[in-house]
Design a protein. Structure first.
Length: 654
């Protein structure tokens, strides 16, 4: 048996390699952790035996997972979505669980195993669904709202399952007493914590926050999370319930987002180890010998869950297309189901080959989910003629707005930036049509007389209906680079001559957007810096015409003066993605390879940009290709981290 440190090192090393592969393949990291566990566990390579230390670490991962689930439970949000959450979500979980109980009882097994397996099959993957909805730009769509409502109830239901499961192994009389006592304790804990704990929690977090210590704040979050988990465990309930309650308490305070950020590293690492231990429990030999049952439990529950969600969504008023999209998003198993199975196996409610088969089927369904979601639109088009009619009606509504307009501006997105732009266009008597996929915003704005229509600006038919053929310009007002690239692709295909202005958050994707066909890219960070600098220059007495000329020159040079920044210790979060161009200085010492050579001879221009050279204390100047370097020169480079490292090597070592 391995000691704890080598055990963790083996798990972490294997996890890093496989999760990198999953990232490159655009798959959720959860699947990578499961694959790692299955590979290095006792049933495969045997690098790790079924060690108790690994399971102890995994338990902390579950605690932080449930804490994060609690953070998502805003009571006002639940009240606002109560019809979908406690209608559609409750119906989906209740019917799926009841079907699981009935199926297991008919097969000759106990209803306890049926309750666990039915509840586990009811769960879907919040990680996969939220990631795919975000990447596809569908968070404001009707099917996304239904899917999120169902996921919210599933998260709430899993807490109830985690309370009930430890009591299910008891005999009938003791079971009834145990369940009743657990429900009573849980109700008391909820009332005490949520009603009596709100004010003290807010006061205590305010005291800690006023100390302005990041370490102290993080320690306090850990204390509250693990402290409440320990209290509920001491009361005979689960650790997970206490963590969930701690999350719910903090969700109602103004410190929620800071807490979420601070807890993320602990949660992600420990949760990764939990999924590794789940994979370790997977016996590939048993799975291979029962592959027929695995495939049956992969196909049948997924198909039944899909059909159930589609029928329920239709019963709650969704269109056929929306209902089918919701079902396709949620048909797979989820990470919370794996938590339930692990707890049930620990209490010997579900075990043996049956647990292996169910676990394998769930892992396969999670592996297949991203691929399935990618093909949602072709599936919906083929199966729902009514959805085509709805889309046709939507396109007709857009076309009717744009019909009488010539030389107008198509505004993609009618949020705050889009509305401000529309006001200025109105002031200049320039016609415009705005496309937005938030039905509430469209209804309100159209009611006030705005030329706003519901539609996805990323679709070719929507842009065509909005009058792209006779438009004067297109403005993308939201900072969503993938969607902006999709819009640029359609504009280039249909009207390559049309000017397109794109808003972004920073300059990371500026060059990519320009290459894709954007006429102008407006990075918020750089424009904010530009406005700050211009106001400062005016206050310092620089003439207005010189300030305006300077601003115009910077914009014409694509913000070249503002591109990049000197990286500091507080910018560590940006280092992980290596996307943001940054500035770096290199001092040419005596004997450096660049001394006595020209810029063109060094061949670093295509690699990085030499934005300036400072010689003997003089002001930095931008060198020409024939500039010859001397010892003592301070060279300022602009580029991405990996390119900067190569360029520095060429300057110093050749």
């Amino acid at each position: 048996m391995l000691n704890t440190l080598p055990l963790v090192l083996v798990m972490l090393a294997a996890a890093v390699v496989v999760v990198v592969a999953c990232r490159l393949a655009r798959l959720p990291p959860i699947l990578g952790y499961l694959i790692v566990g299955a590979s290095i566990g006792p049933h495969a390579l045997g690098w790790i035996t079924d060690d108790r230390a690994a399971h102890t670490l995994a338990e902390f991962g579950i605690v932080f997972l449930l804490f994060s689930v609690g953070l998502e439970f805003s009571l006002p949000k639940l009240r606002a979505m109560r019809r979908a959450v406690f209608g559609l979500g409750l119906a989906q979980v209740a019917i799926t669980t009841a079907a699981g109980v009935a199926a297991l009882v008919l097969a000759g097994h106990g209803w306890q195993a049926g309750l666990v397996l039915g509840g586990a099959l009811a769960m879907s993957s919040t990680a996969i669904v939220s990631k795919m909805l975000t990447e596809r730009g569908e968070l404001a769509s009707p099917h996304a709202r239904d899917a999120i409502a169902i996921l919210l109830f599933q998260d709430l239901a899993v807490v109830a399952f985690l309370i009930v499961i430890p009591s299910l192994h008891a005999e009938a009389p003791a079971l009834a007493i145990g369940l009743g006592l657990a429900a009573l304790k849980a109700a008391v804990a909820l009332v005490v914590v949520l009603y009596a704990g709100q004010r003290p929690m807010r006061w205590w977090f305010s005291v800690v926050a006023r100390q302005r210590s990041r370490e102290l704040f993080t320690l306090n979050v850990l204390l509250v999370t693990l402290g409440l988990a320990a209290l509920t465990d001491f009361a005979g309930l689960s650790l997970e319930l206490g963590a969930f309650l701690a999350g719910m308490l903090i969700a109602e305070t103004e410190f929620r987002y800071q807490v979420e950020e601070d807890i993320a590293p602990f949660r992600d690492v420990l949760l990764g180890l939990f999924f590794v231990t789940i994979g370790m429990a997977l016996d590939l030999g048993v799975v291979a010998s029962n592959i027929g049952w695995v495939l049956a439990l992969l196909v049948v529950p997924v198909a039944a869950k899909l059909a159930l969600i589609v029928l329920l969504a239709r019963a709650f008023g969704s269109s056929p297309g929306t209902a089918l999209r919701t079902g396709l998003y949620l048909a797979q198993a989820g990470e919370l189901a794996l938590v339930m199975l692990a707890l049930a196996a620990q209490h010997r409610i579900v075990g043996g080959d049956a647990a292996q088969i169910v676990l394998a089927a769930m892992v396969l369904s999670m592996l297949a989910a991203p691929v399935q979601i990618q093909f949602i639109e072709p599936i919906v088009r083929r199966l729902t003629a009514g959805d085509w009619l709805a889309r046709a009606a939507q396109v007709t509504a857009i076309a009717s707005q744009a019909l009488a307009r010539q030389e107008h501006v198509i505004v993609c997105g009618y949020g705050r930036s889009g509305q401000n732009l529309a006001r200025l266009l109105d002031a200049e008597d320039i016609a415009w049509v705005a496309l937005d996929n938030d039905p509430h915003r469209v209804r309100e704005a159209a009611g006030a007389g705005g030329s706003v229509v519901y539609g996805d600006a990323g679709r070719r038919e929507t842009l065509t209906a909005a009058g792209l053929a006779k438009a004067r310009a297109v403005v993308v007002t939201f900072a969503d680079v993938p969607l902006a690239l999709r819009i640029l692709h359609h504009v280039q295909a249909l009207r390559p001559d049309l000017p397109v202005v794109v808003r972004t958050f920073d300059d990371v994707e500026l060059d990519r957007l320009l290459r894709a066909g954007a006429t102008e890219v407006v990075p918020e960070v750089l424009e904010g810096s530009l406005m700050l600098a211009s106001h400062s220059l005016l206050l310092l007495g620089v003439p207005l015409n010189r300030v305006l000329a300077r601003i115009r020159a910077i914009r014409e040079e694509r913000y070249s003066l503002f591109r990049g920044f000197f990286h500091g210790a507080t910018d560590a979060a940006d280092a992980a993605d290596n996307l943001q161009p940054r500035l770096q200085t290199v001092v040419l010492i005596e004997g450096a390879a660049a001394v006595g050579r020209t810029l063109s001879e060094l061949a670093i221009d295509g690699l990085v940009e030499v934005s300036g050279v400072r010689r003997r204390g003089a002001r930095s100047t931008r060198p020409s290709p024939g500039w010859r370097f001397e010892a003592g020169d301070v060279v300022v480079l602009l580029g991405r981290p990996e390119s900067l490292a190569i360029a520095e090597g060429r300057l110093l070592d050749g």
